[in-house]
Structure formats: structure tokens, C-alpha cells
Design a protein around this ligand. Sequence first.
Ligand code: ADP
Length: 896
Amino acid sequence: MPTAIWGEPEPERNEAYPLATLKQLVHQMMVHFAAQGACLALYDALPGQMVIRLHVRLRNGGAGGLPGLGQSGAEGVHRVGRRTTINLQDPSSSAVGRLKRTPGAQDELEDVPPLPGSLFPVGSRYAPGQDLIGYTWRENRSCIMEHESYIYAFHGQRKTPLSLDLRPYWYFAAPIQEPVLAHEESGQRPTAQPQVLGVVVLYKLVPSPGFDLKQRQEIHTFTERMALYLENHRLRQIQRRTSEHLQSLQQLSAIFPSTVNLAYLLEQVYQFTRRIVDVSAMLVTLYDRDTRMIYDVYAVRDGKPVEGLPTESVEPRTRRQWWRVTQEEKRTLLLSPAHLRQHEYDELLQGVWGDQRQAESFLLLPMKMFNRVIGSVSLASAQPNAYRHEDIQVLETMVQIITVGIENARLYERSRRLLRKARQREESLAAMNSALQSISLVLNLREMLDNFVRAVANLVEAEISVFFQLAPDGQELIAQAIYARSHKGASNEALSFMQADSEKERALIEMIRLPFKGSLLERMASEGAFFYLDAGLAEELAQTASEGGAIFLRETQIQRMLMIPVQYQTELIGLLALHTPRQDRVFQPEEIGMLLALCGQAASAIRNAQLFEQIQEANAELQRMNTLKDEFIVTASHELRTPLSAISGYASLLKRQSARATPQQILRFASKIAASAQQLSALVANMTEAANMDALGRKLELHPGPVELRTAVQMAVSILSINIEQEILVNVPEGIWLHCDPQLLRQVLTNLLDNAAKYSPPESQIEIRVREMTLGEVPLPEEQVDHEALIEKGADLPVAVVSVCDQGEGILPEEQHKIFEKFVRASRTLTTPVRGSGLGLYICRRFIEAMGGKLWLERSVPGEGSVFSFYLPRTSPPPEAHEQEEEAASDHEEPA
Ligand code: ADP
């Protein structure tokens, strides 16, 4: 409340009242009406009362020596001595002297200090009808009154009596009426009775002369002038305020188009608004046409900006009132308490800016952009009539300006978002590129897979990424590479041991196996699209998973794991699993897009790497073959040379001695030549056989039939025994029939017996024996077990196991599995002058396998001997053999 304190320097320019001027006018009135005291009350809209703004007395015609009422005691008047109004510097200021003087223009005025309970203290307020001032205001006409009547009329009932320092005798009160001009100007309809702007009271401190009635006409001219001054001052105030507002508006319009920070702009709007009007709460609401959503973007509550507004938007249907006022009516809405207390506008009055239903003023300004409303500014104040016509006009202009600014800011935000997105896309493209390179440029499968899981995890910021490869039999998925990114320094306990560096850790990784065939994974992956595994599905899978798989599924806190099938063309190679522990994350479409692309690339890279490995293996094989070939050429040339030199040697001997040689000699030489030629042709046959076996698609020509084993063995032994020094024991009973090609069987037997003889000392024993058993009972080494045959033919298929046992040099354990390969000879044999091409066992094994059997080294101890065995299916004897047998039996009996 503006209160002017007397004695202060000149009032400020923006003072609510022109007090200095009014004081002069009051002074003139006092002089004119010969009054010693006067007070002026002016209407104050805020309390809606008259408030005393001025109370003065003439210093020379004033208080000092006037007869006080203090001594009368009747009204409890206080002592004069307490007053400080006597001008002590003025020697003439004696009470009598002052009284005798007639008041004149030169008489000085003094302010009466506003003592509590005194007459008309400055600052006291009066309601209509209250005291002389309220009475004059209500009656709206001047009145003259004697002191006694005044006390009687207005203070008779009061408990605390008026405390008077001086005794006034007469009072003259007059209303200051609003000039008619003001109505015309403001365009308002003139009221029947002019408004009262204030009340002036003159009083006399001498009993006579009193005020007379005709002076009531005169006082009117004074009050009229006062009213004009007041009105003029008010208009000037408005003008000044308006121009100040215009200045701020200019500042605003300078800030708005150039600033694109919405938060800053809205803060400026608030600061500007509170300079113009009283704002206890403010709310800025925007409507986004694109998203069709409503956002509360700025709020002030109890004079303080609300921090951390909820960011979510609401749908228009949840703000029906707001929609109606802004989008349909598109109007400025000014509500007075009468409206505010009804419930019609409740929705507008509640929300993030608090409950404004108890506010005294409410104003909603729509933010119009051409014909469309992009939002609103709502203001509320605890003061009644806080938003006046001229203020609203300024605020409307402000809203106009900010509407454009906010649209700008929003457009800018949007384009910045688009830009950011574009940049992000660029960045992720670059990341994607390098990820692709790290996958495609590596031919080592392990390294490639490590790169792959790392690249995808980094690309989409997942903490765990695992590549599971489908096992060749399609039964399960086996982890091949794991990447566990430690997030903010926290390592993932469950996977910490799986950062594969060593072979041992590799083996650990491969222990993570997930069931595939018939599991939910197969079902979900069969669609070919990506899918998510939540905690429930992970647990379901863990129930049937291997231990390693179950640990992975249970311990890595899967909330939502992304699974992407890695496919090469239509063939499923494996699954990529990605997740972050405890996170229920759904990947963005563009992330999925990148992952799918990477998985596609990875699939072909995996295939490439596998092919490369195969090629490398083939290469290594080729190299090995090359070395073998070199070795072979050495042995073969040696092998060829030996019989060749024998042939040429005996042939030239024959030629030279043909004339004198005896027929026996010629026969011996010829037999030597024939034997060497036989050896040579056998060697060449072996080599041709081996070469033929390698030729792609070449199948052995078989002529299988029932072959009697003992006959076949004896045939082989008889061919061999001529040339060897060892004794051959045949432990084969008659009547065991094998289903095989007799030619090939004989060749195998000869070869095995020949080896036994070649690699055994002379005079040692060679035994050939047979065991009849079923396929399931054959004591095959693990790698030779023929599962397919077991399933196809059954474990109870009758077979015969034929073994050739020698007491020879034996074979070192590390070389035992190699001797069946082409051209391979045991190292010891290479240093001794035993003939051989390294082809025999290779060919024998191929022959036996072609006939549905297996050939293996059953036992070999260096220095003690070896046992080579093979089995072939048994068969029943042919009918004619049966007859022959019977015949033989009867022949045997007859001669007796
Ligand atoms: P080779 O023509 O060298 O005998 P094989 O394929 O028949 O070729 O045999 C391969 C190698 O296996 C032989 O060089 C020899 O080192 C070893 N080997 C074969 N049979 C025996 C055996 N009974 N005792 C010891 N070593 C043998």
C-alpha cells in the first residue's frame, strides 16, 4: 500500500497520487475557508476503502496555544506538550499570537503525525458510512458539522474515545467526484451518480466563525479541480505504464525471434508478465498438431517456477474444457471469483500449476497463429481484478509475439532433432561399416566370431552378446564366442571367466549349450525373424539345457534377450543372443535393421571362414601328400629298380651264356626273371590300384559270393611260404563261409602275411586264426566302430574275425594309426632295407571296407609283434558245397 510520509523528499514520479499538488490545493482550500486543519482521504481499490493520505494544519494558525480539551478530561484528550508541532525557532509562535492571526497563503503547513487513536491519522481506512469520511463518501455530498455533533454521530458508541490534542470546533467535509470526462474517455457508460475519488475534510480550531452553507457551492470548485488532477495523474500513470510495457514488449520481440531455447523463452514470458500484472500462478500449455498431443511446458506455482514438469503429453480428449476454450472458441477468457467458484472451468484451474480455484482473478490467453491456436498462457492472481482491460491488451500483444517465437523454437527443435537423427544415423553407419570390416576381413573363424560379438554389442550398447552355432547334427546350439562388456566398471560375474583367450577358456565357452531340436528355440527361430527371450522363456529353456547352458540362462539375469537367427541363404547357421542384465530393453527398429544386416554378413563370413579352413586343411593335406609323394618316388624307384636290375641281370647272363648254359641253369635264370617280373607287376598293380581308388567316384568292382575261409587262407599261405623263412600256423577250421569277393580276400590275406613275414625275424612264427562272433562283439578301436552298420545290419550280425599274428618288430604307438594311410611307412622300416611302398595296408583296408568289413591293428608291441585283424560277414555255405561235403564224407567211409 503506498503511503506517503510527510517531510520526505518530493514524491516519486510513479507515485500513485500527486500528493504534492494535492497538498497545495488543500492549502488553498484552508486559506479560502479559513480552516486550520484539513485531511484528504482517497479511494483505494485494493481494500475498497477510503484511506487518509494527507493530514495537515497551519503552523501559525495551529495547535500550540489553542484551548485544548486536555484538561477537561471528558474525552481523554492528551497533553499538548507531547506535540512537537510548535515552531520553537519562531519567537512569535506564542499561542495567543497565532490565534490572533488570520490564516494566509504564506502560512506554512505542517503534517500531523499519525498517532494511534488520534483524529484522522494518515493511513487509516474508512468503509462507506464509517466516520465522517465514510459518511460523506456514501452520501456523496458535502456536509458541515459541529464538533459535538461529530463526536455524537461518529464516536459516541466507540469504546476507545478519540484522543484529541486540539479541539476542533467545526468540520466541513466534501466528496471529490470523478469528472464526467473520465467516463467519456474510457468509453464506459456514465453512472447515474459520479464515482467518489476521495473525501476532503476541513476543520476549524476556533469556535467562530463556523462554515456556512453557501460555502458548500464554493468547495465544489475546489474538489472538482482535485478530481481533475487525480484523473490526470491516473491517466498519465497509465500512459507511462503502457509505454514501459511497450518498451518491454519491444525487448521481448527482440529476444523471441532470435532465441530458440524454449525454456529460456518461457522464463522471459513469465518475467515480462509479472512486470505487468500480478501473477501468483502461470501455466503455458502447447498443442502439437503433429503428434495431436497437449503438453504443459511451463508452470509457476505460488510465485515459483515449477521444476521438473512431467514430460508426458496428454490427449486432447482428457482436456475438454481447454480444447473448447482454445481450439473451438479461440478466445481470451477472463474469470472473476463468481465464475471461478462455479465448477464449469475446474479443469483449467487445476493441474501442474496447483489448484487455482480459490484465486481471485484468472486469465487465459490463446496463442494464435493465423487461424490456429498452438497453445495458451493462463494466469491466476490472489488479487481481485488483477487483470485490467489495458493490461490484457498488452498481454495479448505479448502472446502474439511469443506465439511466433515458440513456433520458431519448436520448428528449430524439430529440425535439430532431425539433424541429430541424421548425424546419429551417419555415426551408426560408420560404426556399422567398421563392424562389417572387422567381420569380413578376417578369415580366421575364431577371430571373426570374436569380432562379430564385440561389434554387435558395441553397436547397440548391449552388455552381453553371444554367438551360438548350430551343431552339425542340429541337436543343440553351441556357444562359439562371447562378449561381456563390463558396464560402468562392474564386471559380469557369471561371464567373467568366459573372456576367451586360451584354449581352455574356449573349451569353457563351448560348454554353454542350448537345446535346439524340438525346443522353443527351434520353434521361434523357424520363422526366420528375430525374437525375444524373456525371463520365463529363459527359465523354461534352462530346464532342458546342459549345465553350462543353464548357468548362462539363469545367471546372466535375462529380462529380455534379443535372439537373431544367423542364416546363410536358407540354412540356419546359428543364433546371435544380445542383452543387458536386468534390462527390459526393446531394441529400436533401426538397431534391429543394423543387427540383421550384420548377422547376414556374419553368416557369409562364417561360411567363408569355414571354407577357408577347409581349403587350408586341404592344402595341408596336399602338402603332406607332396612330401609323401617325394618319399614314394624314392622308395618306388628303389622298389622298381630291385626287380628290374634282377631281370636285366639274369637276362644278360642268359644272353651271354646261352650257348654253354645247361637247361637247368636256363630254367633257374628264367624263373628268377619271372619272379622279379611278377614282383614288378604286383608293385605296379598296387600302385595302379591305389591311384584308381583315389579317382573321384571310382567304385571297386566286386564279385561277392560265399568264400570258404580255410581254402582261401591255404591258397595264400602256399603262394607265400615258398619265399619266406618263417613258419606259418593256420588255425582256421573248415566250413566258415564268408560273404565277399574271393579275389580281394586272397589279396588281403597275402598282403597281411607278406607284411608279417617282412617285418619279423627268420625262424619266428606267424599264426593265422579266426574267431566267430557277432558284429556287436568285435573288439574294434573306438574310431573304427561303424555305427551305421550296427544300426543297419544289427549288432547280432554273424561275422568272422580273421587275425594275422607275428612276433616281429611291432609298430610304435604314435605311428600305429598312420600306417593305414597311403604311402606311409613306419619310421623304423625306412632305415631297414625292407621293400615296401606303403600302399599295402591302405589298399587292404579299402578292400575290406568295400566288402562290408573293417581292418585294424588289434595289437602291436614294439619288439614283440603285431596282430592285424579284419572281420567280414559270415554266410551260409552254398548248396553244392554242402553236397560235396556229404560226398566227401561218404567217400571217406566207403573204402573201409
Ligand atoms: P609296405 O609296403 O611298406 O609294407 P604297408 O602298407 O603294407 O606298406 O605297410 C605300411 C607300414 O606298416 C610298413 O612300411 C611297416 O612299417 C608297417 N607294418 C605293416 N605290417 C607290419 C607288421 N606286421 N609288423 C611291423 N610293421 C608293419
